[in-house]
Write a protein that binds this ligand. Structure first.
Ligand code: SF4
Length: 956
């Protein structure tokens, strides 16, 4: 025995800092222990509203992100005389790099600002990058939403005052029945884990609808193995069951939705399918008490759903309610469970039982919370009545070319059950609810040296809002807001390189990419995209995309194709905001935002991209960033965040405003606002009083509060739009009868007429319509791995221990039937290409589906990995099989492989055939040349191991 006491931690040299995790959209609160300016460890912050102390593998492994050998060290310029993509770079100072970039951008801005395309990956500061692009004056800006899950945002926001994704959440403390659609566990990670634990303890039922039984689905009470791309049809079949049995919330539909609004029924005329409006522009209803027409927006009317009759209005036009259209549509036999079962693979009795189970919980197990509140009509209520059924849906629904209408179909199910923003239901997160759709239109025109009149992105409500020229051609390089994808509210990141390469619709000058790995896992058709990045113009010999600037913190595959590399910091080395103007961390019952601040000093010549943007904005004399005399208005990003005001009293951060820091939500700039956040563990939380916590879209006290906080422009009710008039306007344009702009090309006309149904509907995904199911019998989908994806961390030693190679997962019985053995190598072929991969046979996979983890496979030499790392030799990307364009059709221009409404990349529409590889055919294929290390990059090692602390000697 020794009398020495083992000291595991000597806290004398340690300090605790609080910040916000960066590795996924959850943005958990973290408690970082720092020792000698190194991270000792990272824990969850127990006080934080998002994660309440819980931390996932990626969050903990942030320590290894900081120690990554793949970190960029200094600005780099492609070595003069070397080819793009050859991986030869020379250091350049920040001053020279920024001078060079400023000169280039100045020239573009003063001639044709659209020659700059600025696209960002998974950043969380779109309010800043969007403002920057707007001030620059280019239409060509977007983040990666079009590539990720825009269908969830758009599907919701064109129907409801909020949506799935980060716009809402189930009321986890009260819900009794939870249905999860197409969600891999990378999304809403810690919050959903915490919530599922709560549900399990309370005995609530959890139903998971997903082709793969992984992650969350593995602990579901019921797993529904659905065929990919058919979720919308399943939801509408449940709608069919509810309508057939009259199991829906009549009051909810009448009071809060446009179900009673009257629609003009005049096929072939320019107002067919539009609301019948009065002189004030308000939709009309049929009043049950007065037995006459009435203003649908007027308090005190008693609208009828009028299920069966058509009315003749005073102008002699036939009108009918939205509800009557719904009944006609969804009671059709094509939505009956027996029919739907054949397409979805879900048994008819399961479809019917699930619908009836939810109706039972919604209508027989209601929740009442005693609390007085007043709705927009002045009607007083003494309680909130909740229907405790909730749902959540994400990428499995979104990444199909029918995802927009499928998201709407799921919302319709929620709406019929009356489970929107009520106790136990699906609730909004501030700044939502917002008007349907949010009242921001995309900028349509650019001009030299002029900011755009509004954001480059917005919400069109009719063909007049498209960003097209007089001939109807797209004005944006990604063709967002064109006839091809009119409601592409988050742009089409996945089309930028293809269109820029093809000069379609024009040649750009400079492409700036921030954290967007377009040369690898963030592109469909990766190998072809790499060729486009180095392709030269046959006439002038220049690159078809003349200049590429990449900002990233790590040596990704995309960095290799840059002409200028601007190295970013890590998330522990910079100031950053998770802002109410952007993507805040609000909970359903609280307004929340948060920050990051430099916890560690940078030991490299790197700058935060936020700082670079603010600096460039001053150099380029953006009006919002300079005084009248031309002097910079903001010293740096920190100064910008404190002093920038969107409108008087409203800035990026909501907490501790006012000169003395004693105001919240609205108030003058507070010079010590950053310090206040740091003193409060880097987050701000404002709990909503109970009387404004539910039915906020019609709750007068909440509407008044939201106007004061600048979340909405007017304290007016936000009706749920089951029937979408904006969609009908586009459909009329497709039919050639719209009283306004109309497309000329047959493909556009056909798509608008077919897919812009103002009521949710289901159609077979576009690629699948053109690919033979006999020839390619399997659906093939990706899932983002919870333990890896958003961290971009294949170089992360801890995370590599969890997974360093992905497999193709396949239903065991189906695989064995095809003579495919577990762990054998197989060929997977699509209409676009083929890959060789290793298979794992599992039970938890729908029999017609194969899937894999996305973004594990890496290009040899990237991310400072050893050239023969398993990520490069055995890992693979499904991306090679997926084309960014739909298969060709005779006489038609090439169309994007995306949702025809929103432009969402249709990743999950892929069909493949699979057969065993020949004996000796092993290893992943295709392979790519090994990327050269950057100047100053450490030599790759076989094993990544870091000491962040002297080893604790247990024997001493
Ligand atoms: S990776 Fe996501 S879930 Fe995990 S700790 Fe970070 S923010 Fe939270």
């Amino acid at each position: 025995m020794t009398d020495q006491v083992t000291v595991f931690e000597d806290h004398k040299n340690q300090r605790i800092e609080y910040s916000t995790c960066y590795m996924c959209a959850c943005r958990c609160g973290i408690k970082v222990t720092v020792e000698n300016d190194n991270v000792r460890f990272i824990q969850g912050n127990r006080n934080h509203p998002t994660n309440q102390g819980v931390l996932c593998a990626k969050g903990s492994a942030g320590i290894m992100k900081q120690n990554s050998p793949a970190k960029l060290h200094q600005p780099l310029l492609r070595k003069p005389g070397t080819a793009r993509g050859a991986g030869e770079f020379v250091p350049i100072s920040w001053e020279k790099a920024l001078d060079m970039l400023t000169a280039r951008l100045q020239n573009i801005r003063s001639t044709n600002p659209d020659k700059l395309a600025f696209f960002t990956g998974r950043d969380q500061m779109q309010a800043l990058t969007g403002l920057w692009a707007q001030q620059f004056g280019t239409l060509n800006w977007a983040a990666h939403g079009g590539f990720c899950s825009v269908n969830m945002a758009a599907g919701g926001l064109y129907m409801m005052p909020f949506a799935f994704w980060e716009f809402g959440d189930p009321d986890w403390d009260r819900t009794k029945y939870f249905m999860l659609w197409g969600v891999a566990e990378d999304h809403a990670s810690n919050p959903i884990k915490i919530a599922l634990e709560k549900l399990k303890r309370r005995g609530a039922k959890f139903v998971a609808i997903n082709p793969a039984r992984t992650g969350y689905q593995a602990i579901a009470d019921e797993w529904v193995a659905i065929k990919p791309g058919t979720d919308g049809l399943l939801a509408l079949s449940m709608v069919h069951v509810l309508l057939e049995r009259e199991l829906f919330d009549w009051d909810f539909l009448i009071r809060y939705t446009n179900a009673p609004f009257l629609i003009i029924d005049a096929p072939g005329s320019s107002d067919h399918g539009l609301f019948w409006r009065n002189a004030a522009g308000h939709p009309q209803v049929w009043d049950m008490c007065t037995q006459n027409f009435a203003d649908g927006m007027e308090a005190g009317s008693n609208p009828s759903l009028s299920l069966l009759d058509k009315h003749i209005n005073p102008a002699g036009r036939t009108v009918r309610t939205v509800m009557s259209l719904m009944i006609e549509k969804y009671l059709d036999a094509s939505y009956a469970p027996e029919q739907v079962s054949k397409i979805t693979g879900v048994p008819a009795e399961t479809i019917e039982r699930l619908a009836l189970e939810m109706a039972q919980v919604a209508f027989e197990e209601t929740i009442e919370i005693d609390c007085e509140w007043t709705d927009w009509t002045g009607r007083k209520h003494d309680k909130f009545i909740g229907r405790p059924v909730s749902m959540y849906a994400m990428r499995g629904v979104s990444a199909h070319s029918n995802g927009f209408q499928s998201a709407r179909a799921i919302h319709l199910l929620q709406i019929l059950l009356g489970t929107i923003d009520c106790p136990g239901g699906f609730c909004a997160k501030p700044p939502y609810p917002k008007p349907v759709p949010p009242p921001v239109k995309p900028a349509q025109h650019s001009a030299p040296n002029q900011p755009l009149s509004s954001s480059p992105l917005g919400y069109p409500t009719g063909p007049e809002d498209l960003v097209i020229d007089e001939q109807g051609n797209p004005k944006r390089i990604d063709k967002a807001f064109s006839w091809e994808t009119p409601l592409s509210i988050q742009g089409l990141l996945h089309m930028v390189i293809t269109n820029a390469h093809n000069y379609d619709p024009y040649r750009i000058d400079t492409l700036i990419l921030f954290m967007a790995n377009m040369a690898w896992n963030s592109s469909m058709n990766t190998a072809e995209i790499q060729k486009m990045l180095v392709a030269k113009d046959s006439e002038d010999g220049e690159y078809r995309i003349p200049f590429i600037v990449v900002s990233d913190a790590y040596h990704s595959e995309m960095v290799n194709f840059a002409d200028l590399i601007l190295p970013d910091t890590t998330y522990l080395e910079r100031y950053d905001t998770l802002s109410m103007l952007d993507r805040p961390i609000s909970e359903t019952d609280a307004v929340c935002d948060s920050i990051r601040h430099p916890i560690l000093k940078t030991n490299r010549d790197v700058r935060a991209w936020q700082e670079v943007l603010v600096d460039l904005a001053g150099r380029l004399q953006f009006p919002a960033f300079v005084h009248e005399n031309g002097e910079k208005r903001y010293q740096d990003y920190k100064d910008f965040i404190v002093n920038y005001q969107k409108e008087p009293g409203i800035g990026f951060l909501s907490g501790w405003r006012g000169k003395n820091g004693d105001q919240h939500l609205r108030g003058e700039p507070n010079p010590r606002q950053w310090e206040a956040y740091i003193d409060h563990q880097s987050f701000f939380q404002h709990h909503l009083p109970l009387n404004i916590r539910y039915f906020r879209f019609v709750n007068q006290a909440y509407l008044d509060f939201a106007v004061e906080a600048a979340y909405i422009p007017k304290a007016e009710p936000m009706f749920i739009e089951i029937y979408s008039e904006p969609l009908q306007r586009f459909r009329l344009a497709g039919e050639g009868v719209y009283d306004g702009p109309r497309p000329t090309q047959p493909a556009d006309r056909e798509r608008l007429a077919k897919y812009f149904d103002p009521l949710p509907f289901w159609y077979e995904p576009l690629e699948q319509q053109r690919v033979s199911a006999e020839e390619y019998p399997f659906f093939a989908v990706n899932q983002r791995p919870m333990m890896m994806y958003h961290s971009w961390d294949s170089q992360n030693a801890w995370l590599r221990q969890i997974i360093a190679q992905n497999f193709l997962y396949m239903n065991r019985q189906r695989g064995e039937h095809l003579g495919i053995a577990d762990k054998s190598w197989v060929w997977v072929e699509s209409h676009n290409g083929k890959i060789r991969v290793q298979v794992k046979l599992i039970e938890g996979c729908q029999e017609d589906t194969v899937w894999t983890w996305n973004a594990i496979g890496k290009q040899s030499g990237a991310w400072a990995l050893s050239p023969d790392a398993p990520e490069a030799t055995r890992g693979f990307l499904m991306n090679h099989l997926i084309s960014e364009l739909l298969p060709e059709k005779t006489g038609e221009r090439r169309l994007t492989n995306s949702d025809p409404i929103t432009g969402q990349a249709a990743w999950y529409d892929l069909r493949v055939r699979i057969y065993p590889a020949a004996p000796g055919e092993e290893g992943t294929w295709p392979t790519f040349p090994t990327i050269k290390p950057l100047p100053d990059e450490p030599r790759p090692v076989d094993r990544l191991r870091y000491h962040t602390h002297p080893p604790v000697n247990l024997k001493s």
